[in-house]
Ligand binder design. Structure first.
Ligand SMILES: Cc1cc2nc3c(=O)[nH]c(=O)nc-3n(C[C@H](O)[C@H](O)[C@H](O)COP(=O)(O)OP(=O)(O)OC[C@H]3O[C@@H](n4cnc5c(N)ncnc54)[C@H](O)[C@@H]3O)c2cc1C
Length: 392
């Protein structure tokens, strides 16, 4: 057996859960990632709006994986040599027996001009920058502040309802403050896959919160104080781009086959088409010419299959492999404090009950006991102290 039997590139949901499942099977793992921590993305909007603080949603790999079989290397992989079975990391070359590609996704900027003026929500740094931008402008008492979220998918919706409540909290402190909150959405349906009842519920919640909704509009250009769309130009002091993601696979182009959108096509065993020693999962893959739902729950389920298949192949090169069957168990999202909507199996849940289940589910899904306790503590503290409105 070679020195590095399994190398995982990417420390998001896909990479971390694969590492965890392999370590449980006593298979040594080298995890390479750009940062030394995992980010629990489903709660990033709460950091951007002060319900949680940064350390509630990140955890350092080394403190999580207490195993001699685990090795972490911080760095950005720049390519792979399939022939030599090596991963390129600057000058260094890391050999692998099995390679797992879990480099996830990055904000899709489409071909919108001036996106450098927009904020995004993909990393902890993004959440902190966004919070700072909103607070620094909104706390300036002499100004009217316009905030625009581009993209009415789950991330855009969760964020805009939380921003609305953060602005309400600021208004209570400074009654002269004046804000405009606008959502720009490419269609006139929210949560397309969710069914009519969910769509109506979301539309009603937006109306009740008095969030201006601009439907059937595509952002075309952004400046420091405006967003231009296909239906007109809007004043905007803070613009957040949440209109989707694209796979983070540029470094593999030319070495691995990529589809037109940049996904890595994989078989149902989650192996790349041409190289059975390379597995891919999470936001980077497409399966049978279809991108797989870009969800944490998908990445976590795929991780179990990847680990199982690597374990089987480690013992027997001709073993029968486990097959991944795409399935989304449910989808819940929050519409601000005390309100939520979504599906669990075939049932629709709404209102405070949905929000409560949403919080409980994400609390239990937060990896590691100390992080769970931190999140629970921050939420409890928030009940008494309100949100954290420091520009951090
Ligand atoms: C704001 C937000 C909210 C979300 N909410 C939900 C939700 O409520 N429910 C849900 O199911 N899903 C949610 N998602 C989607 C979910 O986060 C993703 O589907 C999931 O993170 C995919 O996991 P991944 O490991 O494939 O990718 P990622 O989590 O993107 O991780 C990829 C990792 O690879 C690293 N990396 C990338 N390139 C390289 C390289 N070349 N070298 C080394 N390291 C590299 C990155 O730094 C990162 O650590 C949300 C996403 C966002 C952004």
């Amino acid at each position: 057996m070679s020195q590095h039997p399994v190398v995982i590139v990417g420390g998001g949901f896909a990479g971390v859960y694969t590492a965890q499942a392999l370590l449980k099977r006593k298979i040594p793992v080298t995890l390479i990632s750009e940062t030394n921590h995992f980010t629990f993305t489903p709660l990033l909007h709460e950091v951007a709006t002060g319900s949680l603080i940064t350390h509630d949603v990140i955890f350092e790999f080394e403190s999580f994986f207490h195993s001699k079989l685990f090795r972490f290397i911080r760095g950005r992989v720049e390519g792979i040599d399939r022939e030599a079975r090596e991963v390129m990391l600057g000058e260094e070359k890391i050999p692998y027996r099995f390679l797992v590609i879990a480099t996830g996704s990055t904000t899709n900027l489409y071909s919108i001009k001036g996106t450098e003026h927009a904020y995004t929500l993909k990393s902890i740094e993004d959440a902190v920058k966004l919070k700072r931008a909103i607070l620094s402008r909104a706390q300036d008492a002499d100004r009217h502040v316009a905030i625009t979220v581009v993209g009415g998918g789950p991330t855009g919706l969760e964020l805009i309802f939380d921003i609305d409540q953060m602005l309400d909290d600021l208004k209570r402190k400074n009654r002269t403050a004046d804000y405009d909150l606008r959502l720009i959405h490419a269609t006139d349906v929210f949560c397309k896959g969710g069914g009519e009842r969910i769509q109506r519920y979301i539309a009603r919640a937006l109306r009740r919160a008095k969030i201006e909704v601009v439907c059937n509009a595509h952002a075309q250009a952004m400046t420091p104080d405006s967003v231009e769309t296909t239906v007109g130009s809007f004043h905007s002091d803070v613009t957040v781009l949440c209109a989707g993601v694209r796979p983070n696979t540029d470094v593999f182009s030319g070495v691995l086959e990529l589809d037109a959108q940049g996904h890595i096509p994989v078989s149902t065993t989650l192996q790349t088409i041409k190289d059975s020693h390379i597995f891919a999962l999470g936001d980077v893959i497409s399966l049978a010419n279809q991108p797989v739902s870009k969800l944490a729950q998908t990445a976590v389920r795929e991780a179990v299959i990847v680990a199982r298949n690597i374990a089987r192949l480690s013992h027997n090169a001709h073993a029968t492999l486990a097959v991944y069957q795409p399935r989304v168990i449910g989808m819940l999202f929050s519409l601000g404090y005390g309100n939520g909507v979504g599906t669990i199996g075939r049932s629709i849940v709404k209102g405070v009950m949905a929000w409560y289940i949403w919080r409980t589910v994400y609390l239990f899904k937060t990896p590691g006991l100390s992080n769970k306790l931190r999140v629970a503590f921050s939420w409890t503290l928030g009940l008494f102290k309100g949100r954290d409105l420091s520009e951090l």
